[in-house]
Design a protein around this ligand. Structure first.
Ligand SMILES: [Zn+2]
Length: 305
């Protein structure tokens, strides 16, 4: 089945994660100066960059997907991935590979220092997007938007696992929840410059929707014991982070039952706590040439002056 996945490469977007900043509807999206982000003078020590690969699939029905993502060079169309490529001083290069896996999914393989996104996942996302388009009467472009938003979240989640491993970051509690938080923070902060703040939030909602794809409401011991929280819990965790960026602006989420009032009451504090935690974890590994982000992080942490 052909899945036309064509993206657009743009400079990173900046959306303030500080809840004290302007409400989302009033926020302006501005481009981070390329001269700051891209500057890598030869005198600086080399920082391992991501390596991108597309492995040819064996299955005939996946070959059109492979041809399209390779033609589009999809890895280089993912704005958050491009924004953080070279941002951290990793001990060795991280390989990002699209491959046939035998089933839908994405994973981080420590042995190969590689994040794998399965072609089957792109197909499953497209099919779920089509189902929702038909069921809910959504626009023609919906299935592709669904694919792009969800795959961005999945890849960033796996890159989170890679950062924990490669940088030996401390994690207490469930790592799966921690890297969901990082993926959310990165999607809010480093979306494409072509995306409005509303589109960025919409991407997050589409990604959260995917977490419900295996939801049955009836769980067994394996589900309760799993390293992942239940899909519904991951969904509401993401909703809480979205709400936490602008509680007043997203007040309707509670009425729409995307959050309970009890959880919503703490989401601003929750969001601030996870952003502060990830900034403190990653700041020591910021690569030369990214001082602008160090300054931004220190302001957020209240470390300036
Ligand atoms: Zn995971």
């Amino acid at each position: 089945m052909a899945v036309a996945i064509v993206g657009c490469a743009s400079a990173p977007t900046s959306i303030a994660l500080d809840p004290a900043a302007a409400p989302v509807g009033q926020r302006t999206v501005h481009r981070t100066p390329r001269s700051v982000v891209r500057a890598t003078p030869a005198v600086r020590p080399a920082v391992p960059r991501f390596e991108y690969a597309y492995e040819p699939p064996q299955s005939a029905d996946l070959k059109p997907i492979y041809a399209q993502v390779r033609e589009a060079d999809l890895w280089r169309q993912l704005p958050e991935v491009q924004a953080i490529d070279g941002m951290f001083v990793l001990p060795r290069p991280l390989r990002l590979v699209m491959a046939e896996c035998g089933g839908a999914g994405a994973l981080y393989r420590p042995a190969g220092t590689e994040v794998v996104l399965c072609y089957e996942t792109l197909r499953a996302l497209y099919e779920r997007g089509q189902d929702q388009q038909r069921t809910l009467g959504l626009g023609e472009g919906y299935p592709l938007r669904y694919v792009r938003a969800s795959m961005r979240f999945m890849v960033l989640h796996e890159i989170g696992h890679a950062l924990v491993d490669l940088l030996d970051l401390p994690v207490t509690g469930r790592q799966e929840d921690a890297v969901d938080q990082l993926a959310t923070i990165l999607m809010l902060r480093f979306a494409s410059g072509d995306e409005t703040p509303e589109e960025v939030i919409d991407n997050m909602r589409l990604a959260a929707n995917w977490l419900l794809s295996n939801s049955t409401g009836a769980y067994d011991l394996h589900a309760y014991a799993d390293v992942h929280a239940l899909g519904e819990q991951r969904y509401f965790n993401l909703q809480c982070m979205i709400f936490g960026t602008d509680p007043a602006g997203f007040a309707d989420m509670v009425a729409a039952r995307d959050l309970t009032p009890e959880r919503a009451a703490g989401c601003e504090r929750e969001m601030r706590q996870v952003v502060r935690a990830w900034l403190r974890l990653l700041l020591p590994y910021l690569a030369p040439g990214h001082e602008v982000y160090a300054e931004e992080a220190k302001r957020y942490l209240g470390w300036e002056g």
